[in-house]
Design a protein around this ligand. Structure first.
Ligand code: SF4
Ligand code: SF4
Length: 161
């Protein structure tokens, strides 16, 4: 990663340099209450251009509840900045195995959680079509989705590096 993290965030509209390290975000974070995730530290390390911010699995512990963003006295869109950091992390090849698996499912069948036979049976028992109106029902639509994902290079993005 040649460009500085703080500059990339700024380009995306996130001025993390205005953070005064008050800790309101960390104190408000429901995820941080149960894990080692520390919002203030993520912001601090991003300001310092620490590349480890992107490789740290903790980056994925934010539930995107937006509490910190609502409470930040400096008005920093923290949650959105975390989402941008995740986007940069994936671009650098840092992606959790679980997320890779989900992405593979989407590429294969158009759903992160495809319908299984048991669910189809339950739907029929309830008087519903076994498969709802999604790409799973229409093979040609699924092929179109696959083409779109390839055009976006999504397959390359989530491939094991
Ligand atoms: S609440 Fe805002 S200003 Fe305070 S530490 Fe978090 S990001 Fe920085
Ligand atoms: S949006 Fe993420 S970082 Fe912010 S309070 Fe919620 S879980 Fe914590």
């Amino acid at each position: 990663m040649s460009e500085k993290l703080v500059d990339m965030l700024k380009t995306a509209g996130f001025d993390v340099l205005s953070c005064m390290q008050c800790g309101t975000c960390t104190g408000s974070c429901p995820s941080g209450r149960h894990t080692g995730f520390n919002t203030r530290r993520v912001l601090r390390d991003a300001r310092k251009n620490k590349a480890e911010v992107l490789s740290d699995d903790d980056l994925w512990l934010c539930t995107t509840c937006y509490t910190c963003q609502e409470r930040c006295p400096r008005g920093i869109p923290i949650t959105d900045a975390i989402l941008e950091l995740r986007r940069l992390a994936v671009r650098e090849g840092f992606i959790l195995p679980e997320h890779r698996k989900v992405s593979e499912m989407v590429m294969e069948c158009g759903h992160a959680v495809p319908l299984d036979e048991e669910t189809k049976k339950k739907r029929e028992e309830l008087g519903l079509e076994p498969i709802p109106e999604t790409v799973q029902k229409y093979p040609e639509a699924l092929e179109e989705l696959k083409t779109l994902l390839k055009c976006c290079k999504f397959d390359q993005l989530v491939a094991e590096k």
